[in-house]
Write a protein of this length. Structure first.
Length: 445
C-alpha cells in the first residue's frame, strides 16, 4: 500500500488572499480621502467604500463561476458553490448600499434631501457616462439574487434558474465601465486603474479558458456518445458512454462531470452526475436516479446520441485520505462516487467498509457489483434499509461504534441527500470522528 499523503486544501490561503484584497480596496479609499468634512461627505464616502467593495466582490463572483481546477478539484465544487452564493449575496447588498448612499449624497449636494433620491437617480442615469449600462446591470443582479432566494429557487426548474444565472456575466460587464468612468479613486490613481483592469482581465481570461475553450478541446478530443442505457433498479439507470482514450480525461474515483446530452429536449440542459465506475479507455458510466425531468429523460436516450461533458470536478477523492482505514457512507444514488472509491482506494483486507442506506432492498442499485468488489478485496459491505413497517434504521453514534469499534480511527467519505448527510455527520461526530476526517460533497448547486 502506498504511503498515505493527504492532499491539503488551499481554502485557508485563498480566504486569506480574499480578505487581503478587500483590505487593499479599503486602503485605496483611505489613501484617496484626505478628510471628511461634513455629513454629506460621510454619506458620499460610504457610497465610495461600498462601491469599491462591490466591484471587488463582482470579480470574485465571476472567478467562483469559472470552474478553475485549483478550486473545483482541491477546495471542492460544493464549497466553491457555497462561496459563490455567499459572495453573491454580499455583492448585491453592497451594490444596493452603494446606489442608495451615492444618490442620497448627490441629492443632498443639490439641495433636494432624502426625498429627491429617485429624481437624482434618474438624472444621474441620463447624464453621467456609462450609468445607463450600470443601471441595467444592477437590475440584472437584483433579478438573479431574487430568483436565487431559497424558497423561490426550489420552485423554479433547474434549467431556468441556471440559464438566468448566466446573466451574471452580462451584469458584471455592464456595471464594470462606470466604475472607471465615474469612480474618483480610479480617476486620480492610474496604477489603481491598471490593477482593476488586470483583476477583471485575469478573471475574464479564466472564464474563457475553463468555461469555453477547455470543454471544446476535451469534447473534440474524446468524441463521446451514448452506447447503451441499462436499468439497474426501478427508477435508476446507468448510461454507458463510449469515446476515445477516456482514461486520459484525468478523472479520479469520486469525481463528476457536468453532462449535456445532444438529444431533442435535452440540448440546453447540463447536469452534474458522478462516475459510477472507473474510467476505461473506451467507456465511462454514470448511474442516475429519476428525480427530475432531465434525469428521468435519460432512460429514453438512443445509442449514438452525442454527449458533451465538462470536468472532471470534485474533491471527494483518495487525495483526502489521511488514515489507513476508511468508512464509505452512501445514501440513495449517492452510491455512485462511493462505488468507485470502494473499488479503487488502496487498502488491505479489512481496511475498507461501505455502509449503503436506501429505503428498500430493491433500491440498492449496483448491489451485485458492490458484493463482488467486497468479496474480491476483503472489504466489509453493510446496508441499512427501512423495516417492512417503514421504520427507519438506526444510524447513531452508538450503532456506528457497535459496528466499528475503532471508527474514531477512520477516514469517512460520505455522499447523499442533505438531510441524510447532516444526520450521519452528527452521528459520526458523536462517535468520535474528527470533523477534518469527514469528507462530504453535495451537488446542491
Amino acid at each position: 500500500m502506498r504511503r498515505i499523503r493527504p492532499r491539503r486544501s488551499p481554502a485557508v490561503p485563498l480566504l486569506i488572499a480574499v480578505w487581503a484584497g478587500a483590505a487593499a480596496v479599503l486602503w485605496l479609499w483611505w489613501h484617496d480621502t484626505p478628510s471628511i468634512a461634513d455629513n454629506n461627505s460621510r454619506i458620499l464616502n460610504a457610497g465610495r467604500i461600498t462601491g469599491l467593495l462591490a466591484g471587488y466582490l463582482m470579480a470574485l463572483v465571476v472567478l467562483q463561476m469559472a470552474r478553475v481546477p485549483a478550486l473545483e478539484r482541491r477546495v471542492g465544487s460544493d464549497r466553491v458553490a457555497r462561496w459563490h452564493a455567499m459572495t453573491g449575496r454580499y455583492t448585491i447588498c453592497m451594490v444596493l448600499a452603494h446606489l442608495f448612499l451615492t444618490m442620497w449624497g448627490y441629492a443632498l449636494q443639490s439641495g433636494k434631501g432624502l426625498g429627491g433620491i429617485v429624481q437624482t437617480t434618474i438624472d444621474s442615469v441620463n447624464q453621467l457616462p456609462d450609468m445607463g449600462k450600470a443601471a441595467i446591470g444592477t437590475g440584472l443582479l437584483v433579478l438573479i439574487g431574487f430568483i436565487s432566494v431559497g424558497w423561490l429557487r426550489r420552485l423554479i426548474p433547474y434549467d431556468t434558474w441556471y440559464h438566468v444565472h448566466l446573466l451574471t456575466y452580462a451584469a458584471v460587464f455592464l456595471t464594470f465601465w462606470h466604475q472607471l468612468s465615474t469612480g474618483n479613486d480610479f480617476a486620480v490613481e492610474p496604477v489603481a486603474k491598471t490593477v482593476w483592469y488586470g483583476l477583471y482581465g485575469s478573471v475574464t481570461a479564466l472564464v474563457l479558458w475553463y468555461r469555453i475553450l477547455s470543454p471544446i478541446r476535451l469534447n473534440l478530443k474524446h468524441r463521446m456518445r451514448v452506447q447503451a442505457v441499462i436499468e439497474e433498479t426501478p427508477g435508476i439507470v446507468s448510461v454507458l458512454i463510449s469515446g476515445r482514450k477516456l482514461h486520459r480525461m484525468g478523472a479520479e474515483a469520486g469525481q463528476f462531470f457536468r453532462w449535456r446530452f445532444l438529444a431533442p429536449g435535452m440540448r440546453f440542459s447540463s447536469h452534474p452526475y458522478s462516475l459510477s465506475a472507473s474510467p476505461r479507455p473506451n467507456m465511462l458510466r454514470i448511474t442516475v436516479k429519476a428525480i427530475g425531468d432531465h434525469s428521468a429523460a435519460l432512460r429514453d436516450l438512443e445509442p449514438g446520441t452525442r454527449v458533451w461533458a465538462e470536468g472532471p470536478y470534485g474533491a471527494l477523492t483518495a487525495g483526502k485520505r489521511s488514515r489507513g482505514k476508511v468508512l464509505l457512507v452512501a445514501g440513495g444514488v449517492g452510491i455512485t462516487p462511493m462505488r468507485t472509491l470502494f473499488e479503487t482506494l488502496p487498502g488491505a483486507s479489512g481496511d475498507l467498509t461501505l455502509l449503503y442506506r436506501a429505503n428498500t432492498t430493491q433500491d440498492l442499485a449496483l448491489w451485485d457489483e458492490l458484493a463482488a468488489i467486497s468479496k474480491e478485496r476483503g472489504a466489509r459491505l453493510m446496508y441499512a434499509v427501512n423495516s417492512p413497517d417503514g421504520e427507519r434504521p438506526d444510524i447513531s453514534a452508538d450503532s456506528l461504534r457497535r459496528k466499528l469499534p475503532d471508527i474514531d480511527d477512520h477516514d469517512v467519505f460520505m455522499c447523499g441527500p442533505p438531510g441524510f448527510a447532516q444526520e450521519v455527520y452528527a452521528a459520526l461526530r458523536g462517535a468520535g470522528v474528527p470533523a477534518r476526517r469527514i469528507h462530504h460533497e453535495s451537488f446542491e448547486m
